[in-house]
Design a protein around this ligand. Sequence first.
Ligand code: 7RM
Length: 655
Amino acid sequence: MAFVSQQEESLSTLLKESRAFQASEEFKKNAWANDPAIYEKAKRDPEAYWADWASQLDWFEKWNKVLEWNPPYAKWFVGGKINASVNCLDRHVRTEKKNKAAILWEGEDGRERVLTYGTLYRDVNKFANALKTLGVKRGDRVAIYMPMIPELVTAVLASARIGAIHSVVFGGFSAEALRDRINDAEAKVLVTADGGYRRGQIVPLKHDADYALMGTPSIEKVVVVSRLGIPQRMKTGRDLWYHELMNEAAPFCEPEKMDSEDILFTLYTSGTTGKPKGIIHTTGGYLTGTYATAKWVFDLKESDIFWCTADIGWITGHSYIIYGPMANGATQVMYEGAPDWPSKDRFWKIIEKYGVTVFYTAPTAIRAFMKWGTDFVEKADLSSLRLLGSVGEPINPEAWMWYYKHIGRERCPIVDTWWQTETGMILITPLAGITTLKPGSATKPFPGIEADLVDEKGNSVAVGGGYVVLRKPWPAMLRGIYKDPERYQQTYWNRWKDIYFTGDGGRRDEDGYFWFLGRVDDVINVSGHRIGTAEVESALVDHPLVAEAAVVSRPHEIKGVAIVAFVTLKEGARKAEQDTKKLAGELKEHVQSKIGAIARPEEILFSRDLPKTRSGKIMRRLLRDIATGKVLGDTTTLADPAVVEQLKHQYEEEE
Ligand code: 7RM
């Protein structure tokens, strides 16, 4: 095992020796949240606590009631009048923040743009007026299908300014997916672009949108941003250039005085059925929740340069690129493209160039970096970083340690933030100035959040495994599923009375820390023993040759179900042309030694890559189908459909 590097060995030593980490004294001293008493204070009077956060925003009219809770429907800051764009822009433009950078944008092609709060304010006002001239009114839906360019932020905030409901569709989705979402929302206007760059390729958004637009009767106008400068076929009477509209638009648009409970946006997310759910978020509570968590979790200060690598097409981009950080008046990096273009050090080069201080990314990205090796990382100066974040799936302790050591250089605390499209805001997370960190744990509920772990009957489990639930409403919670109240009730509120079911399973340890084990349908029951797919995956990834692993179950005569593991090997390991049979045996042994015989995989399949959704979540459903030899389901949301074909063939060969 000559290719097991020195670093990897010391990494696992680090992991074994100390399992708890703390921010430096200096970090703690300066953190916004550094007094443990805030947890107690919030618990004692949650409404007063949330009202305190809300009062840090700008309201046209104050609310007369903090919370109205008629399960499963909550209303926050009832009677309050507010506008989200005013809170992200106007209130900063009135201060010395006017000339502060809001967005440091970098295109994948290397193009750079800096937008100050002042210039973004001007653009948003103009585009808000442009939308009005196109007939968009308060309550109308605006669909947005764009690359990661500043005009995407402008379109979102302009919609919010005039009280239109934005519905952002991730630019990586297909034309059909776009069409279905436009139709469900009955959007009046679509804002798109000629395209964007991804891995050196052009993503032809307008071209794809044209296909979708053949079946979207509600769309009256299409606005096209010229990102690439590629000539487009513009349909007369329907399609308009963004820059032409902007040239004619008046510079100020009076913001709509929205009710706190007016819909700010819908965002579609996959559920258990084929039809995506349009998650509804409203204005006052959502803004309060994202403002508060952005400030405390990311400890945002005037001098920070924040970089959230998510796409705005996902909730993470809505909450932690647009609303949370901008309500805080933060300076951010926004990057258009892929982490490995033109080379695998693109992210580190960006951090170095802009002096990023707070970096927020996903475990799947971290595992890719691990796979690519430390050479790409070590050359970069990452000394500006002071805080790291993770989101999207459970981060296995090995990835946590790698992130801590190689990116944070053992100086930066890591906040593993658990939340969902539905929760709108981060709910379970460390506060780095207070919380002792344990690699792999999202630690504790944010102050004011009543998260719990329960058994089948809904009884609280103090220490042990269970379902993660929320016992009390929180400001940024979803208000429903667009045009489908029945499904809202069914999906989240039918298991236990007046308790929100997250769909996630986890464990709570003796210190009250939450350890997420993945969606409950990912929990495997082998011979009556409950095993989290994440636990087995973590054990596999702990092996020095393994880069990434996904574990699924397959029906088994005796055990009920058996464990099948899909494994990708690290770059060096792959080149070494391992004897796969022998290595499979070794990995099974490894899992057995880490967890126990019950967790020993029945079968291990090696693959160059794992099938992932475009937001980076491993598609276990597909892997399950492959493992059971079933016909494959829908693969249109896959990042790379070829991966599945390759896996299928490989599996059939090995059979
Ligand atoms: C923000 C986001 C939500 C699901 C959620 C979990 C999983 C997200 C973590 C996590 C463990 C985390 N929204 N998840 N963050 N699991 N630790 N820190 O991802 O709607 O797209 O997904 O993602 O299963 O239910 S989402």
